[in-house]
Design a protein around this ligand. Structure first.
Ligand SMILES: *Cc1c(COP(=O)(O)O)cnc(C)c1O
Length: 368
């Protein structure tokens, strides 16, 4: 039996990609907002149902430059139950992360705990639609409005999702997507920011291109985060096949559920009301006392059989070595509890049903 990784990148048919990049050999225009960049930008605007999309080199730069383009100072309320990028983007902007706990059922920011964390230094809220679970966007909007805060969603897990028929990228002041090879939709490496405010968009556009305003004017301390033509072409191809990929992911998720749903001591991702899901991840929380096996035992047992699950997200970002002594993870007890018990199982479009069966049998064998 071959090894299984937690994810496997989708690839378009090679001929299709070759055809898409063919004209780059005629034009010799390889980066700096060329035809593929503009085409993908337009297609994503319509696919995501948003008014503006800026394409970038990766999801991390999307977060980092969004915060810079908003000229934020002070404290940012965020979640520690996320990928390194979310917290690092805040810190690398010279901002102070203030960690809010998460909900035990869908792992998103617990909106009832936001207001008590707001001070006169607070400038923004950076929540994460973790595993594609949509945050309580209504409540977050109300709080942000009441206190005059910016809202930047880390939507890296939520590509293509809708809530009450609205594209997830339309919530908040900006939503940041990752198009990394491991994500539901990818451009090899890549990312995007969706937003409504045109002036913010202009700032962001300049920051991704060294802060250049015109041929002789550089008035921003920008970075270089332009998506190149080969990555954009990959995105154009992948977007064509996304519908089919999502259908396959849905079948994988259903197969997992048919095995694991209702087992005492295993908590699965909730199915949220009014959300069109993207089946990006398949997390499961193991309660050792009830289930009879710990997350780590299940992880080890799967690894022995060549099945690569991931302890995602463990450790919490507020316990990272690089932040040693700075934050107190005891202040986010639910996140701490979940991070010690959660495992994301292999999930990708081409995962075979027999493999899902084998993974679930292995999980069941762990019970003492
Ligand atoms: C993948 C990811 C990012 C970073 O995206 P890259 O494109 O890899 O830079 C940020 N936040 C979350 C939650 C992610 O999963």
């Amino acid at each position: 039996m071959g090894k299984l990784l937690v994810t496997r990148s989708s690839m378009p048919p090679i001929d299709e990609y070759m055809e898409e990049i063919q004209e780059l050999w005629d034009t010799h225009w390889l980066t700096n907002m060329g035809v593929k960049h503009r085409k993908l930008q337009e297609e994503l605007k319509s696919y995501l149902g948003v008014s503006n999309v800026e394409l970038l080199t990766n999801g991390h730069m999307a977060l980092e430059l969004t915060m810079q383009a908003m000229n934020l100072h002070g404290e940012v309320i965020t979640t520690p139950f996320t990928f390194a990028s979310t917290t690092h983007a805040i810190v690398r902007n010279g901002l102070t992360p203030v960690f809010c706990d998460i909900r035990p059922d869908d792992f998103t920011m617990d909106v009832d705990k936001i207001e008590s964390l707001i001070t006169d230094q607070t400038c923004a809220i950076v929540p994460v639609h973790v595993y594609g679970n949509i945050c309580n966007v209504e409540e977050i909007e109300q709080i942000a409005h009441k206190y005059g805060l910016k809202v930047i969603y880390d939507a890296a897990h939520a590509f293509g999702e809708t809530y009450e028929g609205r594209g997830v990228g339309t919530f908040g002041d900006a939503s940041c997507f990752s198009f990394h090879a491991t994500k539901v939709f990818h451009t090899i490496e890549g990312g995007a920011v969706c937003f409504a405010d045109e002036e913010f968009g202009l700032n962001l556009y300049r920051l991704k291109n060294f802060g250049i305003r015109g041929p002789e004017v550089v008035d921003g301390v920008g970075a270089n985060a332009k998506m190149n033509e080969f990555c954009a072409a990959m995105g154009i191809c992948n977007l064509r096949h996304l519908g089919g990929e999502l259908e396959k992911r849905k079948k994988v998720a259903e197969r997992y559920r048919s095995h694991l749903e209702g087992i005492e001591g295993i908590q699965l991702n909730p199915v949220q009301q009014d959300v069109k899901q993207n089946y990006a991840y398949f997390p499961a929380v193991f309660d050792e006392k009830v289930y009879g096996a710990s997350r780590n035992e299940v992880f080890e047992k799967l690894a022995e059989k060549g099945i690569g699950a991931r302890k995602y997200f463990y450790p919490l970002t507020n316990t990272y070595d690089c932040y040693h002594g700075k934050y107190d993870a005891r202040l986010t007890p639910v996140a701490l509890h979940i991070s010690k018990r959660i495992l994301t199982l292999p999930m990708y479009a081409d995962l075979a049903m027999e493999d899902v069966d084998r993974i679930c049998e292995t999980i069941k064998e762990c019970r003492k």
